[in-house]
Design a protein around this ligand. Structure first.
Ligand SMILES: O=C(O)CCC(=O)C(=O)O
Length: 288
């Protein structure tokens, strides 16, 4: 009994250390947003740039993607791999992603080395960013397991550029959906943080291993406050991933293909490799 009590106290102490660090980070990030140059991207948290990527290139990339799709995660070449989210998560079970796709496609490699994306973000943010990786995301139709409103991590800030490869004209095409300016909210963010903390405590260990509920938003936000972003193939959305966002949940019409580019502020970059979901490939390798 005493041993159990000591274990619980130790665990609580660890949780408090982590929470203090995360809460400090959350507040600091929001203070930084207020110091960014005022423009549509920094105030709204996202911006749409139409006709960014050539339509023929969109079609070509869809073909390349289709030729690489399999039902399980696997290593494609070097650092490039197919991630099937069902292998690592209990949400977004029908999402697949070709990670580090710049390593297998010459046009994506050109984009990766061109500094075009960094320039777009830097002009708006007034600080340097690093493009870490480019992936191709395949959102198969799904109305059951789509993740709800969340942010990507708690702190520090990360950015993404989404480039639609097919037309996203209606909700059934699965538009990117975000609550404008929510990256600046502090009180609602913190209340959701503590709520998620509670959910984490009661979640099963299997669920806890696949996602962090502190990044989810159960309170205050609804679709009525959100912008769903529609656009033709080639449309790019640049987004601060501390925006409260999701992929539209009633995705029941067409498979959506998109290039997803991952960027972080240069001040937070220490040369780390981009390996999101790589463990799924390792697990597959062990099984086969
Ligand atoms: O692809 C989408 O529309 C949403 C993606 C998302 O939720 C994310 O990148 O965290």
């Amino acid at each position: 009994m005493l041993r159990l009590f000591k274990k619980a106290v130790k665990r609580l102490k660890q949780e408090i250390v982590v929470a203090r660090r995360e809460i400090r980070g959350i507040i600091k990030d929001r203070q930084e947003y207020l110091r960014q140059p005022p423009n549509q991207f920094t105030t709204q948290g996202y911006e749409v740039i139409t006709e960014f990527w050539d339509k023929n290139e969109c079609d070509r990339l869809i073909q390349v993607t289709d030729s690489l799709l399999r039902d399980r995660s696997y290593s494609i070449k070097d650092n490039c791999y197919l991630l099937c989210r069902k292998d690592i998560h209990d949400v977004d079970l029908d999402v697949q992603q070709i990670m580090n796709a710049q390593e297998i496609d010459h046009k994506l490699s050109e984009l990766f080395h061109s500094h075009v994306l960094e320039d777009i973000f830097e002009q708006r943010l007034g600080e340097e960013v690093v493009l870490q990786s480019i992936s191709i995301k395949i959102d198969n139709t799904d109305t059951q397991t789509k993740r709800g409103y969340h942010t990507d991590g708690l702190t520090p800030t990360v950015y993404k550029a989404f480039i639609y490869l097919n037309d996203v004209d209606e909700y059934g095409d699965g538009p990117y959906t975000a609550i404008p300016s929510s990256h600046r909210h502090i009180v609602k963010r913190l209340i959701n943080y503590f709520y998620g903390w509670g959910v984490n405590i009661f979640a099963t260990s299997k669920t806890k291993a696949t996602r962090n509920f502190k990044e989810d938003f159960f309170l205050f936000y609804s679709d009525r406050q959100a912008d769903s972003i529609f656009g033709k193939a080639g449309t790019m959305i640049i987004s601060n991933q501390q925006l409260v966002h999701k992929g539209w949940h009633q995705h029941d019409k067409t498979r959506r293909y998109a290039i997803i580019c991952y960027l972080i502020p240069k001040k937070n970059y220490s040369g780390q490799a981009f390996s999101f979901g790589r463990t799924a490939v390792k697990q597959e390798a062990q099984i086969t």
